[in-house]
Design a protein around this ligand. Structure first.
Ligand code: F6P
Length: 480
């Protein structure tokens, strides 16, 4: 088997400083890392190298101290891969990650600009863009240096859209896949980007042999965006784009969850302890659950507004239902995210004031990173709400039904990539329609337990159809 290299912004491990300045490693967070950490173990190749960015000072210090820049960590943390953490200068990293990747490309792919905040691209954008180029070049350099002849390289996400082209220019012998974990913008929205930047993003990904997406609609949007690119020939039937003699195949790989691994994790004592605490807090009331990053695209505010409307329109639920909203802090360097988190907290406070009593806490919002608690809550939920305005896949919609003990009903946005596989057994909603979402919550709460259980079993089966290991193996196979 050939050598495999993985490249992603966030790696399988991250460091913090202890009080006495020692480095403490911990598993990196996020859906991408979970998926890839599960999969690298299964490639059954001792020669997997994972290249990632140092995310803060502690990571930079670890990267500098590691011999040859490679961190040899035990298999549990990294899925068996060796890790090379790139010590990218802090200012370059900040502009590439925050200004370009998260405040521009993420906004475009999730259709997150609104009229008062329409983008304003100016000289500063060009400066940020140069940092994004430098950040991508640092990855391409490291991959080019470390890859054996003919190795396979899996480059992840919108942070690294230029790296495939840069790597092909440096090492034409390598076989490269780029995978987008986000939606892809439709062409009329993608056109918001300055022409040179939009063309560079497409050209960068077209440096790969295979461009992977989570859902059919994102792959189709990518092909639509490639159509007007000078020199590109799009063959929709074959799902290929040919440019300057190089063919990029476009594939759809709907990432699912590993049911056995997830259930094994949920059986651990830290989860059991949290399950007991939650049971006590919720009592015998119905439980509506949501689990998200504090992320505007996750649409938490409209989700809470829908719960408020449910309580207003259906007073029969007063005292009989609790809404748990778990929100992991995310990207707080960006003011849009800080503002959004504040908005979520304000609305949650209003709902608590309007409906809460000494005997009944209608809404519990927790803004903190506690993964085991979310796993515990999946087991107890009667209803799971996943209502993003747009989402590449959304693995919460897949994890919840797998861990459900009561057979939970899923209220699911039609704009999540997961809807392509789960819509038949979910209650699908237009994420902008708060009233419709409120009514879906009501219907979900009223669903007879046996119907809920049947639907939940089918959701769990669909959710585990393509576990991370097979998802990754499919992409590597596409390179042969
Ligand atoms: O959805 C894309 C993605 O990169 C996920 O893989 C990840 O869970 C999420 O965004 C978090 O992003 P960040 O690394 O900025 O916290």
């Amino acid at each position: 088997m050939s050598q495999v290299l993985v490249a992603s912004n966030r790696g399988p491990v991250s460091f913090s400083f202890s009080g006495d300045g020692a480095l403490i490693p911990r598993r990196g967070g996020g859906g991408l890392v979970s998926a890839l950490a599960a999969m690298t173990g299964d490639v059954r190749n001792p020669d997997v190298l994972w290249v990632c960015a140092a995310l803060g000072d502690a990571d930079r210090s670890a990267a500098r101290r590691a011999p040859g820049g490679r961190l040899g960590l035990d298999g549990h943390d990294t899925g068996g891969a060796a890790v090379r953490m790139l010590d990218i200068p802090a200012a370059t990293f900040h502009r590439a990650y925050n200004a370009v990747a998260n405040a521009t490309l993420w906004f475009v792919h999730h259709l997150m600009y609104d009229t008062p905040r329409a983008p304003h691209f100016d000289a500063r954008t060009r400066r940020d863009w140069q940092s994004y180029e430098a950040y991508n070049a640092a990855f391409a350099d490291a991959l080019a240096r470390d890859a054996a002849p003919g190795a396979k390289v899996a480059i992840q996400d919108y942070h690294l859209s230029l790296a495939p082209r840069m790597l092909r220019d440096r090492r034409p012998d390598l076989r490269i896949v780029h995978f987008s974990h986000t939606p892809w913008a439709p062409p009329e929205y993608f056109r918001l980007l300055p022409d040179d930047i939009g063309a560079a993003v497409l050209d960068g990904i077209l440096g790969a042999d295979h461009a992977g997406f989570l859902a059919e609609r994102w792959a189709a949007a990518f092909l639509d965006c490639c159509e007007p690119l000078p020199g590109a020939r799009v063959d929709r039937a074959a799902r290929t784009v040919t440019r300057a003699g190089h063919v990029t195949r476009v594939g759809v790989h709907p990432l699912g969850v590993d049911g056995d691994a997830l259930r094994a994790r949920a059986a651990e004592p830290d989860v059991a302890e949290r399950r007991r605490a939650l049971r006590e807090r919720v009592g015998d009331r119905r439980l509506i659950l949501r689990v998200d990053r504090t992320e505007p695209s996750k649409n938490i505010v409209r989700g809470l507004a829908a719960y408020r409307e449910l309580l207003a329109r259906h007073p029969e639920w007063h005292g009989r239902v609790v809404h748990l909203a778990f929100a992991y802090p995310s990207r707080h360097d960006l003011h849009e995210y800080r503002e959004y988190t504040a908005q979520v907290r304000r609305l949650a406070g209003q709902i608590a004031d309007e409906y809460g009593t000494a005997a009944w806490e209608p809404l519990i919002l927790e803004v903190e990173d506690d993964h085991p608690r979310s796993l515990a809550a999946y087991g107890l939920a009667d209803v799971l709400v996943v209502n993003p305005i747009r989402d590449g896949m959304n693995l919460v919609a897949k994890e919840g039904p797998v861990l459900s003990e009561r057979g939970c009903a899923l209220v699911l946005s039609r704009e999540a990539g997961a809807a392509a596989e789960l819509a038949d057994d979910a209650l699908t909603v237009n994420p902008y329609d708060v009233s419709q979402t409120a009514e879906a919550l009501h219907r979900a709460l009223l669903m007879p337990p046996d119907r809920r259980a049947e639907r939940c079993a089918r959701l769990a089966a669909a959710a585990t159809a393509l576990p991370p290991r097979r998802w990754f193996a499919e992409q590597l196979a596409a390179l042969d």
